[in-house]
Design a protein around this ligand. Sequence first.
Ligand code: SF4
Length: 421
Amino acid sequence: MTTERAVKALKSSLVSAQLQKKLYAEQSKAREEGKLICWLPVGSGSLGTVVRAMDIVPVFADNYSTVCSAKQLGGQLCEIAEAKGYSTSLCSYFRINMGYLEGGKESLPMPFGGLPDPDILICYRHACFLYCKWWSLLGRRFNKPCYNIDFPFIRSRAEEKDPDYLKYHITRIKECISFLEEHTGRKMDYDRLKENLRGLHKSWQYFLEVQNMRKNIPCPAGAEDIMGQVAPLVLLGGTAETVDYFKGLRDEVKERVENKVGAIPEEKYRIIYSHLPPWYSVGFFNYLHKFDAVCVWEEYPTDFHPQWDVDKFDPEKPLEFLAKQLLYALVPKLGTKDRYNAFFQAVKDYKADGVILVNCLGCRIPGAGMALFADRVREELGIPCTPVLDIDQTDPRGYNDAMIKGRIDAFMEMVEQSKKQ
Ligand code: SF4
């Protein structure tokens, strides 16, 4: 196994890394400063704004699994968890978190010195039920109160727009806030929540501008820069610092578009990537540059901000705003038809010459239906797709760099041939 760090083109990516570092430093100090700490998953999207509005420090424990993986600790932490009986078929974010708690934090050089233990936990189901089980387990383990916002699976955009779903989500968010108030003795500061949501909304708008500008030829920013933008968007979503950050990112990308500066010096091929990246080897995307190819769109960041009607979100109606965010983000939660319609549209809008398809072994949710999607892309658009590549998002032990690159080499040959025709 060889893993590679991403080489990034945007100056903003450096700022993003610094913001993330600062956040983890603040989390480490939170305990000494007597602040309350809430563990929640990245998939909870905008719920970080709720916690912050109550002056509680949010800690995104699943994001920490990606950080551990990027620091090349994913394999060791999974091994610790597996030795304690956690099956290899479970989500690798989860196994890394369990490995951290089951001895990794004492025996390994954990990034940022580890995580402060929670006082309280909240969870939104996001794409899979594992999250609820994971957070319930954490609640029992730390003997702290845990609230799970559950919801039924939504199988189509039509259901997503069903007012009953919205009402149901609003009720559950209200309950979650009452739960936080009851167990922390703090009152929700709705003015502060609205302010946080205004910030989050602005950040989404800037980020969507960036994503739209990537439709330009040459593409101003590749996946090696964009995948990491989920971290500031979710971990720090809503803070004034993040709004400034996303404005800076938008301005940088805009300037590149105006000056026709691409992610690579000579863009010949535009590639789309299906979902979660290998966090231990984000340099995977730089490998495409060897063929004058750049990854111009990825499905993964779309999980964390609404995909449609963004301008209709109203921060002055915070509960509805939060409910809609949970409903309208995360395309993989939709049934195969709507999900692949959205994906298919991106292939067209971003003028892709080929598609890299991945089955995330450590997640499985995004890999569903990939083969059907590949048939549709080949038949209707006539562009090549890779075979569905087995790549775990955080556990690098099964990652065979030479084999994956061999598949990419063959795929790029097809892309070159197809473009000549
Ligand atoms: S299985 Fe997938 S969707 Fe579920 S927690 Fe793991 S990474 Fe997230």
